[in-house]
Design a binder for this molecule. Sequence first.
Ligand code: DP6
Length: 364
Amino acid sequence: WVLMVTAQTPTNIAVIKYWGKRDENLILPVNDSISVTLDPEHLCTTTTVAASPSFDSDRMWLNGKEISLSGDRYQNCLREIRARAGDVEDEGKGVKIAKKDWEKLHLHIASYNNFPTAAGLASSAAGLACLVFALAKLMNVKDDQSKLSAIARQGSGSACRSLYGGFVKWVMGKDDDGKDSLAVQLADEKHWDDLVIIIAVVSSSQKETSSTTGMRETVETSLLLKHRAKEVVPKRTLQMEEAIKNRDFASFAQLTCADSNQFHAVCLDTSPPIFYMNDTSHSIKLWNLALMKQLFSRIISIVEKWNRSEETPQVAYTFDAGPNAVMFARNRKAATLLLQRLLFYFPPSSAADLDSYILGDKSI
Ligand code: DP6
């Protein structure tokens, strides 16, 4: 017999960024962060986990290619979930698995991303959150989403925020064992229906400096990070929570852009400096690099100028650790205008390309 569970998890986009760990093994951050989880039909990971007495080892395939599960991050998640497994009974299959049997049963895991892996679109966030959620369902783990988020966190920090939809806060916590470093939902996905998210995927190349290495170097060398974590983020998260609660787009936009800019300033303050917005890595093709620089500076200038010319801000931007840009519009009208402006500067080369700009209702 084979027991199987399939789950789907969207990625999340941080509006108050997580950058820097105080414990690398447990993945404990130096500050709180806040994100928006995308609609599940767009940028998401689909993971199937299967258990069978005929499997002789734990194995995993990502986008059809086998990958190693030997790293600490996967092992920590598998161990934590197995430790919480419950009894499972499937009458149809005549299968009964007792709690303790999960230690001996091996797993096969198949995971697919419907978006570029490791190109700054938080693929690890969706991937690890989905893995933990699917395993918890398969093994009948009774813990709530918040407790599961603390397990997903050990796979990849930002993954803990993808356990919830809507607006999510990763509370950094104080405990050394990381038990209080988990995600909580600030508002569900229906709370702010007008908000439109636009994602421009410039390059699907892998990023040169991984988040993990980048963060380590920032923690070791940046004084600006210390100031950010101690003085800036605590106030900013409170203001962001208020903005979300009141659907106050003006504050949301101002805080989102400011936090993205400070995150990149902190990267630049790292030794050696990290340039995510101006990535000169060899893994990005030259034309992509040129496009990326143009797009980023164009987006910043369109958004900043436009917001200043209106009574109240209409759009916002945020850039993560890779060659893609995320924009927020206060409603569909502003989103359409923003898209028109972007398409004016970056026309699609064919009508077929246009489809990829319009992904659906909430994200474009
Ligand atoms: C820039 O969660 O990928 O996207 O914990 O080392 O796996 P690890 O890092 P990761 O870092 C994401 C950083 C970010 C900002 C954010 O999502 O908050």
